[in-house]
Design a protein. Structure first.
Length: 768
């Protein structure tokens, strides 16, 4: 699409790309890469530490390789996105050779070796009774590999940062552990700590003295081990947080039986699913996954759609019904014609929406990133200030050094960097499992303020399909007989009302409807035909002839009552008189009433919006529990957006739930747009939340999940801030041993990630 600037000769519209970033060790790294990319003219970038990805928009004057070069110049590595793959083919699966798993294995190996070497060092330092002659030299022998090899990733990252004149959390860790180790070497070789029989007590707080006889090998080794443990559990938790998306990508079928023409008719050929083309016909046997989106050509079955919608009840499908890739055929054999393949399938679109949401940043996280970006230099200044203060106060070199090291070690911006993305990863992943797709973090912030929910009637509160609501027979006739004859005549018609009557007739009197002959249809009025030797007329009153006025009057009162409820009444006549009436209408979904109650429970005021007449709208509103003064009827499709604007002008914060093309503008105008996944692609594109399931209760579940995720983010940020606010003064005051400071720092990151993982236990109301 060309823009005005294009026409004026300005640079063309930007292109979006997603880069996989490696080498980041804390939120400061992500913040630094983001700043470097955004300094390039025309580039807008967001770097997510938790997902290790950068979402970048760049002008046509640049190439993706230029962006990779910028990241590499910042001291990190970046990879271009792989060639498009098809999730329905089981692509992008998680295997043991993936970089994330390699990183996890390396962390585990370093952690296990470091822990095995560090434990004796810590025990000897903490229990003076075990400090045998020359124990300090054994401690040095055990601690040295931990400080050098175990902490090597921190030293390497700190060196890279130094070369680029910047600092991150690794700078603090490297400085702290090397300082503790260096002081110990000084005390052992140049001080009195290396003397035979030397002992010293383990203290939780800082001791005073010149430090020549004190060693901090347990601090150097213990802090390294604690931080490695924190990084390992953090990495493992991040993998768990993204498990829902990976599981979604792996749901698809790996191969498929395609029907090919042969000399003796159709034959089956087994091919990889990614080779499927639109228009191919393929076989799905009972128990198999449907390979891709398509339409049933042959057979009937029940399809398990729980992976798509979270709904455990199978859906009955037959010829002409649409089916979705990765759902499971639980019944009979089906022949399906592919309508969408690869990245166009519903599963692939779901995965893309979830991943885009996980890569986004909420406003709160941007604030946290800005803070973490300046946090490390401030901590270093605080550590230097602490060292100077203690020295000036006459506390001695040992106390001054120990307090400064504690400040370096206890500070951790990692928890701030993980607060939002981990909660967002788990929340959006859980939503995908339940058929709730959240498009971005800003959506979470919108749900907190919403106080009014506008509900489109047709297809949202109601089924959007005509169905037989009632049958009434004149005196002397049976309802079953009226319905049987009317169903037989209407069976030859394709009108929506006719289909509703036929479906109702088959449900109530059986599938075997009598044959009709001499069928005739008059557009807009009705149909007629001969059934079992009797001419039957079905349609509007004006279409009926030779009516029995007595019976007409008798049924007219009943008909007017139904019409007052906004329903359609069809008259059935034969042998000179009206023998019955059929009532047809759009049925309210069975769960809509409960959904309205749940929305009220969330503090929302439901408003029913429809283009239908006032009587029909009020009847539906009364059935589901919406007040009459909250019904807005007879609204043209183009005017729905104006209704949303009027509510906003009244000070309301509006959420809109809809499913049709005519709802798209209103969904986009609303403060929060929720599209039913059973609706049109235009409506889904315009919304903020997509509800894959057609159940209105999922709207309440979506808002509950979004609010729960937002609350988790706030809780994470509060504790991450509170931890640093409380811990830094304690460390500077000499109230924390550096080793305990390292344990507390590692715990803060693990706490934030573990708190986010609780969202995996979110249960929707639709399953209660």
């Amino acid at each position: 699409m060309s823009s005005v600037t294009d026409q004026l000769g300005q640079p063309p519209a930007t292109t979006g790309i997603e880069l996989a970033i490696s080498g980041m060790t804390c939120a400061s790294c992500a913040n630094r890469i983001e700043r470097k990319l955004n300094k390039v003219d025309g580039v807008t970038a967001t770097v997510n530490y938790a997902t290790e990805k950068a979402k970048v928009s760049f002008p046509g004057s640049l190439t993706p390789a230029d962006l990779v070069r910028v990241v590499e110049e910042a001291g990190y590595a970046a990879e271009l996105p792989p060639a498009p793959t098809t999730p329905t083919a089981g692509a992008q699966s998680t295997d043991e050779s993936s970089p994330a798993d390699e990183h996890l294995r390396e962390l585990r190996q370093r952690l296990l070796v470091s822990a095995a070497l560090s434990i004796p060092v810590i025990v000897l330092a903490m229990v003076p009774a075990l400090q045998f002659r020359y124990w300090q030299w054994l401690s040095l022998t055990l601690a040295a590999p931990v400080v050098v090899w175990g902490a090597w990733p921190f030293h390497r990252a700190a060196w890279v940062n130094l070369r680029h004149r910047t600092t991150t959390m690794d700078t603090l860790i490297s400085m702290g552990t090397l300082a503790a180790f260096g002081w110990s070497l000084y005390a052992l070789f140049l001080g009195t700590a290396g003397m035979p029989g030397m002992t010293h007590p383990f203290e939780l707080t800082i001791s005073r003295g010149d430090g020549a006889g004190n060693i901090y090998l347990e601090v150097a080794a213990g802090v390294t081990t604690f931080i490695l443990a924190g990084r390992y559990f953090e990495a493992r938790s991040k993998r768990q947080a993204g498990a829902a998306l990976r599981a979604l990508l792996e749901l698809g079928s790996k191969d498929v039986a395609v029907l090919r023409p042969g000399p003796d008719g159709w034959r089956e050929e087994r091919i990889p699913t990614e080779r499927l083309m639109v228009g191919d016909r393929f076989v799905v046997r009972p128990g198999e996954k449907i390979a891709t989106d398509g339409v049933v050509q042959e057979g009937t079955s029940a399809v398990d759609v729980s992976m798509l919608t979270g709904e455990s009840v199978p859906v009955e499908v037959g010829v002409g019904d649409a089916v979705t890739g990765a759902t499971v055929n639980a019944g009979g054999r089906l022949v399906v014609q592919a309508t969408r393949v690869g990245a166009d399938t519903q599963l692939a679109q779901m995965a893309r929406l979830v991943e885009e949401a996980q890569n986004g940043k909420a406003q709160m996280q941007r604030l946290a990133d800005r803070i973490s970006g300046v946090f490390v230099p401030i901590v270093i200044l605080i550590a230097v200030g602490t060292l100077v203060f203690w020295l000036v106060s006459g506390a001695g070199g040992t106390a001054a050094f120990t307090a400064a090291v504690s400040v370096l070690i206890i500070a951790c911006p990692c928890a701030l960097g993980l607060a939002t993305p981990t909660a967002l990863m788990v929340g959006t992943g859980r939503g995908a499992q339940l058929g709730i797709l959240i498009k971005g973090p800003e959506v979470l912030e919108s749900t907190r303020r919403v106080d009014t929910v506008v509900l489109d009637k047709t297809g949202t509160v109601t089924t959007g399909q005509m169905s037989l609501r009632a049958v009434r027979a004149a005196d002397g006739e049976s309802e079953e007989h009226v319905l049987r004859l009317a169903g037989a005549v209407e069976h030859a018609s394709e009108h929506p009302i006719a289909r509703a009557i036929v479906a109702g007739a088959r449900e109530r009197v059986g599938d075997s409807l009598p044959e009709v002959s001499d069928f005739a249809s008059t557009s807009g009025l009705g149909v007629s035909g001969v059934v079992e030797g009797t001419e039957v007329v079905v349609g509007r009153p004006a279409f009926l002839t030779e009516q029995d006025e007595t019976r007409r009057t008798e049924l007219d009162d009943v008909a007017r009552g139904y019409e007052g409820e906004g329903l359609t009444v069809v008259h059935v006549a034969w042998r000179g008189g009206v023998r019955g009436i059929l009532v047809v209408g759009d049925s309210v979904k069975p769960t809509s009433g409960r959904a309205i109650a749940e929305l009220r429970g969330l503090g929302l005021r439901p408003v029913l919006l429809t283009g239908d007449n006032e009587r029909a709208a009020r009847a539906v509103a009364a059935e589901v529990g919406i007040e009459a003064d909250e019904v807005i009827a007879e609204v043209l499709p183009a005017d729905k957006v104006d209704v949303v604007k009027q509510l906003q002008d009244q000070g309301r914060v509006v959420a809109m739930v809809g499913d049709g093309v005519n709802d798209a503008a209103a969904l986009a105008q609303a403060d929060l747009g929720l599209a039913m996944g059973t609706g049109t692609d235009v409506a889904i594109e315009a919304s903020d939340l997509t509800l894959v399931r057609g159940d209105l209760r999922s709207a309440a579940d979506a808002i509950r999940l979004a609010r729960r995720t937002l609350a988790t983010i706030k809780g994470n940020l509060f504790w991450a801030f509170a931890y640093n606010v409380a811990a830094l003064p304690l460390a500077a005051a000499g109230l924390l041993n550096p080793m305990l400071a390292g344990a507390a720092m590692a715990f803060s990151s693990v706490f934030v990630v573990s708190n986010s993982l609780r969202l995996r236990r979110f249960q929707p109301l639709t399953q209660h």
